[in-house]
Ligand binder design. Sequence first.
Ligand SMILES: [Zn+2]
Length: 203
Amino acid sequence: MRRIPNTQYISKITGEPTGVWCVQLTVNEVMKMSIEELYGMAMGPRTEEFESTKSKKAYRHFVEYMCDSLEIKHTVSLSIQHLLDKINNKSSPIKQSSIKNDYIMPPRKCIIELIEHNIERGHSSHEENKIIGMELINAGYSNRDIHFIFESIYNEPGGDWGWYTDHPDKAGHIIDNMKEKALNRYSKDKLIQMNICRDNCPC
Ligand SMILES: [Zn+2]
């Protein structure tokens, strides 16, 4: 949510807008303008829109990471689409195998797609992060893995937003809380309601 251009920053303490806006800036502007001038730009929404560069590299890393965890061989010459097909073929049959005894549920196809989508566009809403976090915790992912996935989405230091920290081994405080409470992942009904899963999804 925090990276949607032309939205107001909300104070974490009061819950009210701070008067500063999230605006897009070009590299040139950042290099040339003073902090005061940059703040001046952020006092209201900006009318021009700039195409931002999505991190193809972060996306590729995530797909390769999924391949590794599903034991799919990958080389640089294989296209992302090819690897995604393999991941999708491989990740759905897993749910059939009964590993219920361990209370570990592999991430569902629609959630993997949500993660891929958010990595590609470079942001994810608070609610989506909750869904992703819960899914990964229930799939038995380590803090390191959860950190990696959220970092792949944002491609910047974790700060104090609660999803990941500046230490690669630590997830953020929201994730820690979820783990402590041992919350269940979102139900399929809820995911359908939220337009994340569809009736024809194999999950
Ligand atoms: Zn689904």
